[in-house]
Design a protein around this ligand. Structure first.
Ligand code: BES
Ligand code: ZN
Ligand code: ZN
Length: 480
């Protein structure tokens, strides 16, 4: 898909998209900007609430009015919804090219707004249909943004488009089924990115992981015939201490011997979405030539059942020598992350660790599927993270790393056990488990179990993997 800027509407367009605020004089504004006449009667059907739209046939063009709702509620979220409404309607109409008018916003927001536009258009046009025969919705070819042709606007729009592209690649990784997206395949994709953008990379196989004593991830992987991979990418200026990004890479999570119910188990192909996000961030950072020193670590494995599988009661020894009693083999994410965290601390002396993980069902209970659970052992980055979240409409909400629940992880026979009590702050005890390995290194933990994928279409999202966190992280890194 090509995104272009054009100061005035081109004559060759399949669909004109015109967003309007509530109380705006629709017919007058549209006439002024497009010279098109809307029959008054048509407007009677246009209810200006965010997510609504109305298709109008004028004598010379197809015009799609997009409701923006109240002006005072306008921001990144509503703009993403408006764009998503426009793109999904255009796809239904089989429009190949569209022209999008931009509502005027506060001057200070303009560059940010164009970046967001580039991102949202790319994100919303995404389709995952490579496994379907025939009858595919045709891909969109071109979108023209009707706005003054200014160099900084163009850069912002292109940057957003590139971040959108990297996000869509991350979504592809997560949308692929578990039989295709194995740890090996995920590692191959990481190598492809590394080669394309000239990043350093290192992939540890099973025997190298044994040499490195990554006991927790090896334990998780034991029940699967697919060998695990420990994926490392590095970019940017290596003279500075790095920011280490760790992504949970469970290419399928059956729960292991503590097996999950059959219902919705297929959604556990998304359990490597954190790893996908981290690869998306590395790709976008490379495309935007970010100079920050970044290290990506993805512990990739499959959690299955077999005669060799990990059992409740088993004790594993972690990379940092902590002994862990396995109470529930389905709490495997924290195990693979713990080893990645210790490994990062030992080899990279990180300035900050950020982890992305579809870690707990409990975060869905606490925050639902629109907010990522945010934990941090420092307040240093709170402001920047919140700004990045607001600017990208990737929502997160702070949860407390409170020490009162640490006792829940005490084991009778080992240093730690891998789960707390059932139904008692499961999202927090998972974070506390990780904290044991992080200790005092500045750290942000993002529990994306609710936000990494969606099985129902949302106002701003198509079904499947969302790529949550790629844009937010890029925004954060660029403002650091
Ligand atoms: N991958 C799951 C978490 C998950 C649940 C992701 C729902 C997406 C949607 C994770 O490995 C898991 O199974 N966690 C357990 C932990 C429990 C055994 C303490 C959970 O949340 O049930
Ligand atoms: Zn699990
Ligand atoms: Zn899992």
């Amino acid at each position: 898909m090509k995104i272009t800027l054009n100061p005035k509407l081109s004559s060759k367009t399949d669909l004109i998209v015109f967003p309007l605020f509530e109380n705006e004089e629709a017919a007058k504004t549209v006439k002024q900007k497009t010279k098109l006449l809307i029959p008054e009667a048509a407007l009677a059907d246009f209810k200006n609430e965010i997510g609504n739209s109305l298709l109008v046939y004028t004598p010379t063009a197809r015009l799609l009015l997009i409701a923006l709702g109240k002006k005072q509620n306008f921001g990144a979220k509503n703009w993403r919804i408006a764009i998503h409404t426009a793109i999904t309607n255009a796809q239904k109409l089989q429009a190949k090219s569209i022209s999008l008018f931009l509502p005027s916003v506060n001057r200070a927001w303009v560059p940010n707004y164009l970046e967001l536009t580039g991102f949202a258009v790319t994100h919303s046009a995404y389709q995952f249909n490579i496994y379907k025969q025939g009858n595919k919705t045709p891909a969109f070819e071109q979108i023209e943004i009707v706005i003054q042709n200014n160099k900084s606007y163009k850069t912002a729009l292109n940057d957003g488009g590139m971040i959108g592209l990297a996000t869509n690649q991350a979504r592809d990784l997560a949308n692929h089924p578990g039989n295709i997206m194995t740890p090996k395949h995920l590692a191959q994709h990481a190598i492809t990115i590394a080669k394309k953008y000239k990043l350093n990379y290192k992939i540890l196989g099973e025997s190298e992981m044994m040499r490195e004593k990554l006991g927790l991830i090896l334990g998780v992987s034991r029940g699967s015939d697919e060998p695990p991979r420990f994926i490392i990418l590095e970019s940017g200026n290596q003279k500075q201490p790095p920011i280490v990004l760790i992504g949970k890479g469970l290419t399928f999570d059956s729960g292991g011997i503590s097996i999950k119910p059959a219902e919705k188990m297929e959604e556990m192909k998304f359990d490597m979405a954190g790893g996908a996000t981290v690869l998306g961030v590395m790709q976008a950072a490379a495309m935007l030539k970010l100079s920050s020193h970044l290290v990506a670590i993805i512990p990739a494995a499959e959690n299955l059942v077999s005669g060799a599988a990990l059992k409740p009661g088993d004790i594993l020894v972690a990379h940092d020598k902590t002994s862990v009693e396995i109470i529930n083999t389905d709490a495997e994410g924290r195990l693979v992350l713990a080893d990645a965290i210790s490994f990062a601390k030992k080899h990279y002396q990180p300035k900050l660790i950020i982890d992305y993980a579809t870690l707990t069902g409990a975060v869905l209970v606490a925050l639902g599927d629109e907010y990522t659970g945010f934990f941090a052992n420092t307040k240093t980055y709170d402001k920047l993270i919140n700004q990045a979240s607001l600017a990208t409409a990737e929502n997160l909400w702070p949860l407390p790393l409170v020490s009162e629940y640490q006792d829940q992880l005490q084991s009778q026979v080992a240093d730690l056990k891998n789960v707390g009590e059932k139904g008692l702050a499961g999202v927090i005890t998972a974070a506390l488990f990780l904290k044991h390995f992080v200790q005092n290194t500045p750290w942000i933990h993002l529990d994306i179990a609710g936000t990494a994928s969606t099985m129902r279409p949302k106002k701003h999202l198509t079904v499947g993997a969302t790529g949550w966190g790629v844009y937010l992280t890029l925004k954060f890194l660029r403002n650091l």
